[in-house]
Write a protein that binds this ligand. Structure first.
Ligand code: AMP
Length: 210
């Protein structure tokens, strides 16, 4: 099994890179944030129990996240690209226990500065239908606020407000940044400050050479 993890702060470009890697590596992407948001949307028991945390930018508990990941891996034996998982050392240990030592594990760390994060998240818009991600300044849709792929009206995520963005960056620094050391044996550090195509050039060279 091939497991590619995208690591980096909110706004690092994990979602955009995950979709591009998916095309070149032929693997499915597991976007924990999208799975959680869709549970909230359909008001499932899980959705109701996590809604407050997700909308306030706090992490959902490790047990819930690891159960979702275990389920996904059971149905994707060829491998996966993780966007938004793991986010704590405990989740990272859980991931290592779910895969075997023969499996190929790589962690792409997208290194971006705080200025870049704030500029990207403030102008981020997403398609609620197909999950496409746009940036009104750097990669706008062809038509004003309408998804290029499925014509749905783009929205701003509830947790992309200034206050919640600050909270999410704090959570990232405290809980997720320690994974850079934890994964030092499998880490590929990439400068994530450029345009999506510039960053992807580097990522492709590492993950899909040839
Ligand atoms: P994202 O779309 O990756 O920015 O995730 C949005 C929100 O979903 C986060 O702020 C958390 O509340 C929750 N979330 C996503 N992935 C995880 C995870 N691996 N562990 C805990 N909470 C998560």
């Amino acid at each position: 099994m091939r497991v590619e993890v995208l690591l980096g702060p909110p706004g690092a470009g994990k979602g955009t890179m995950a979709a591009l890697i998916s095309d070149c590596a032929g693997l499915s992407v597991f976007v924990t944030g999208d799975v959680l948001r869709s549970e909230i949307e359909r008001e499932s028991e899980l959705g109701l129990s996590i809604k407050e945390d997700v909308e306030a930018g706090r992490l959902v508990d490790d047990k819930t996240i690891l159960a979702l990941v275990k389920d996904f891996l059971a149905n994707h034996k060829e491998g996966v690209i993780f966007d938004g998982f793991p986010r704590t050392v405990n989740q990272a240990r859980g991931l290592r226990s779910l895969i075997s030592s023969q499996d190929e594990l790589r962690v792409v760390y997208l290194d971006v500065g705080t200025e870049t994060i704030l500029a990207r998240l403030g102008a981020r818009r997403v398609c609620p239908e197909c999950g496409s991600i746009y940036n009104l300044r750097f990669s706008p849709p062809a038509r004003d606020l309408v998804c290029d792929k499925c014509n749905t009206k783009l929205i701003r995520r509830k947790d992309d407000t200034d206050e919640v963005i600050r909270q999410r960056i704090g959570v990232y620094e405290r809980r997720t940044a320690p994974l850079i050391d934890y994964f030092s044996d499998v880490l590929i550090k990439v400068d994530g400050n450029g345009t999506p195509s510039e960053v992807f050039e580097t990522v492709r060279g590492e993950l899909c050479p040839g």
